[in-house]
Design a protein around this ligand. Structure first.
Ligand SMILES: NC(=O)c1ccc[n+]([C@@H]2O[C@H](COP(=O)([O-])OP(=O)(O)OC[C@H]3O[C@@H](n4cnc5c(N)ncnc54)[C@H](O)[C@@H]3O)[C@@H](O)[C@H]2O)c1
Length: 260
């Protein structure tokens, strides 16, 4: 028996990076997965890769910052697979700047994707999850930036700390349905968001990445290497599993020492 046999899992922002690793790993363990992303190509390629590996998945291209699109993700999932067991709110973005230079646009996009997106998706999932003995899982993807603060990330640290409050509230509201709700707070994970800023790519119109000097300091605290997307994803599968039935309202620090 596979760990997620017959389970239906929605992962937002899973066309790339950590979310993509989660999607592949859930599918490998028997789950039916909805791969949501704002970008069509990565979402469809992820679904193709899962199917090629014998798994079951559908792509749902939608922007989680829009309430109606978030609802469409959940409706499409239940339309296709008949139910919704696990929601992983993973879609996220960084737009770093020091407070005195941060623009309204940088503040808004980070709050919108990381915080409002998770709210939209959780509210949209309520219709399918608030049921007696549902026994489902909601998992929020936070960051050590939300636990310890981080220079240049007032928008991101506020959004990721906000998710920790959201985690505790939903854990309390949905406990009666047997649903557990937790967050993971990542350190540095090797994705397009964490390259060296000096040479990194543009994501949604702006360069992302971390200045080399700071990145090297962080890496030294993490034993010299970032986590792989698979290493980051594994604790999320644990939280979604039967083994984690006693854990709710928690934030699991998955940073290999970046925050202690
Ligand atoms: N990489 C890290 O070191 C790190 C550290 C801490 C937390 N995180 C968090 O992990 C999560 C995944 O990040 P990642 O590093 O894999 O980044 P990534 O950029 O590789 O993947 C994020 C995905 O989210 C999608 N996305 C962005 N906006 C969206 C929207 N409005 N609707 C739907 N999809 C959208 C993107 O298209 C992308 O495919 C994010 O919440 C991020 O903040 C990452």
């Amino acid at each position: 028996m596979q760990r997620f046999q017959e389970k239906v899992v929605v992962i937002t922002g899973s066309g790339r990076g950590i979310g993509q690793a989660m999607a592949k790993m859930f599918a490998k363990e028997g789950a039916k997965v909805t791969v949501n992303d704002i970008d069509t190509g990565p979402a469809e390629e992820t679904v193709q890769a899962i199917k090629a590996d014998g798994g079951t998945a559908i792509a749902c291209v939608a922007d989680v910052t829009k309430a109606d699109e978030a609802q469409r993700i959940m409706d499409m999932t239940v339309g296709e697979f008949g139910k919704l067991d696990v929601l992983v709110n993973n879609a996220g973005l960084i737009r770093d700047n020091l407070i005195h230079k941060m623009t309204d646009k940088q503040w808004d996009i980070v709050i919108d994707i990381n915080l409002r997106g998770a709210f939209n998706c959780t509210r949209a999932a309520a219709k399918y999850m608030r049921k007696p003995n549902h026994n489902g899982r909601v998992i929020y993807v936070s960051s050590v930036s939300g636990l310890m603060g981080n220079v240049g990330q007032i928008n991101y640290s506020a959004a990721k700390a906000g998710l920790i409050g959201m985690t505790k509230t939903v854990a309390k509201e949905w406990a009666r349905y047997g649903i557990t709700v937790n967050a993971v707070a990542y350190g540095l994970v090797d994705t397009r968001l964490t390259g060296e800023k000096e040479t990194s790519e543009e994501v949604m119109g702006e360069k992302v990445g971390i200045p080399k000097k700071i990145r090297d300091q962080f890496l030294a605290q993490m034993g010299g290497a970032m986590l792989t997307p698979e290493q980051a994803a594994a604790p999320v599968l644990f939280l979604a599993s039967e083994d984690a039935v006693g854990i709710t309202g928690n934030t699991i620090n998955v940073s290999r020492g970046l925050y202690i």
